[in-house]
Write a protein that binds this ligand. Structure first.
Ligand SMILES: [Fe+2]
Length: 277
């Protein structure tokens, strides 16, 4: 069955000025170019790409200019929400057509066929941790309350749950309880999808499936020993592809992990005679 709606999520791009490397090591611009090529290869094409924060790195206006030039070849519409490495004012100026709900936090809602895509700005100016402002929480409650039948996918940068990677957990979403209360009130919230940790993670939050999207560049090291110093590893890059199938109730949502790169294949399972090769 071909899914009725496909939404790609990419996260934590950390684009710097042209020629600069993240942490002096990682060419995040080249990583995004490979990611865009992978997105453009998808067949069928997603209706929408969601960028779940940390679009820039320091941040700076030149980084957003660089980001826009790197995203120009993307053949799919995209929407974005800030992370802790972003600046609301610079991001709003760089992406003025984001459909933002208010003057402050860059919250927005977008229709993708039968799905509502809700973006929550969890960034706190100049802080690494996340917090949903009262205006965002009120807006989310109203936005989810606008329908009882359309499935909604909720995206934000900071995970509202712990991962066991201690130095990241101390900078996750600090008012996760407030988000949980709203999610519980609105059963049409079918997924809570975050970024920030640069690695694929799956759990449940307030009874809702909850994920972290991997990054196209580097990953926060999987250090579940809290005495280890914060570090990153350059692991296989990837993104998430959220696929929705129409059906009873809210239908079915399946998230695929998509590696980025030039791999062997596709190679056929069967020969021209229909027999397994
Ligand atoms: Fe982040």
């Amino acid at each position: 069955m071909t899914p009725a709606v496909l939404i790609a999520q990419i996260s934590d791009l950390h684009i710097k000025r042209p020629g600069e490397l993240a942490y002096g090591q990682v060419d995040t611009a080249a990583a995004l170019q490979r990611c865009v090529a992978e997105l453009n290869r998808l067949n069928p094409r997603p209706q929408l790409v969601v960028i779940s924060g940390d679009l820039a790195d320091t941040p700076a206006a030149e980084e957003y200019d660089h980001l826009k030039s790197l995203l120009a070849p993307l053949e799919i519409p995209f929407v974005a929400v800030p992370g802790n490495h972003d600046d609301r004012r610079l991001m709003r100026a760089a992406l003025p057509n984001g459909g933002y709900a208010h003057d402050g936090p860059l919250d927005s809602v977008h229709k993708a066929g039968a799905i509502d895509v809700v973006l929550l700005d969890s960034s706190v100016p100049k802080k690494p941790y996340g917090l949903l402002e009262d205006a965002t929480l009120r807006w989310l409650d109203e936005t989810l309350g606008a329908s009882t039948t359309r499935p909604a996918l909720v995206f934000l940068h900071h995970p509202p749950f712990i991962t066991g990677i201690n130095h990241m957990d101390v900078q996750n979403l600090h008012n996760a309880k407030a988000l949980a209360e709203i999610a519980k009130r609105h059963p049409r919230a079918r997924l809570i999808a975050a970024g920030h940790v640069h690695r694929a993670t799956l759990t449940q939050f307030a009874g809702v499936p909850a994920t972290i999207c991997p990054a196209p560049n580097h990953a926060v090291a999987l250090d579940l020993n809290e005495s280890l110093p914060p570090s990153f590893r350059v692991e296989p890059p990837a993104f998430h592809l959220h696929t929705w199938f129409a059906g009873d109730g809210f239908g079915d949502l399946v998230t695929h992990h998509v590696p980025i790169g030039d791999f062997r294949g596709p190679l056929p399972f069967f020969g021209p005679d229909g027999k397994l090769l």
